[in-house]
Design a protein around this ligand. Structure first.
Ligand SMILES: [Zn+2]
Length: 133
């Protein structure tokens, strides 16, 4: 399985995450599948965590609205996006506690300017290679 992210989306993630520094940004990711290639599109949602420097939280109604926006744009819901303002783009213990199904996790580190994709396999996060389209 190959996962693609366009340079346009990467630039959007960078700008959006920097604008919210030192707070975490978050959202969901939609996928469109074309011949075994998954094209990833993030949809930014409001971070409703009480401590936005350390956490993100997506309210249930925001999640439902976000999923509807994805479907209207012919995208399948396939996971979550969030930023790490001051740490590496690796899942934290908090992220591990929040995993859902076999969802994809896109994490952008503001201070290290790196973006990584992971997939939860029921036990741990496995890194997935992102190809730039
Ligand atoms: Zn995190």
């Amino acid at each position: 399985m190959n996962y693609y992210l366009s340079s346009y989306e990467i630039e959007k993630i960078r700008k959006f995450s920097k604008n919210f520094y030192p707070f975490e940004t978050c959202g969901i990711i939609g996928c469109s599948k074309i011949n075994n290639k998954y094209f990833i599109v993030p949809l930014f949602l409001e971070n409703k965590a009480s401590n936005k420097r350390m956490n993100f939280r997506i309210k249930n109604e925001d999640l439902i609205n976000g999923k509807n926006i994805l479907y209207e744009n012919c995208l399948k819901f396939c996971g979550f996006f969030h930023s790490h303002p001051s740490t590496f783009a690796r899942p934290t213990q908090g992220d591990k506690n929040f995993h859902i199904g076999n969802s994809l996790w896109l994490i952008y580190s503001v201070c290290h300017n790196e973006i990584k994709l992971y997939q939860w396999n029921g036990f741990k996060f496995n890194e997935r290679i992102i190809l730039i389209s």
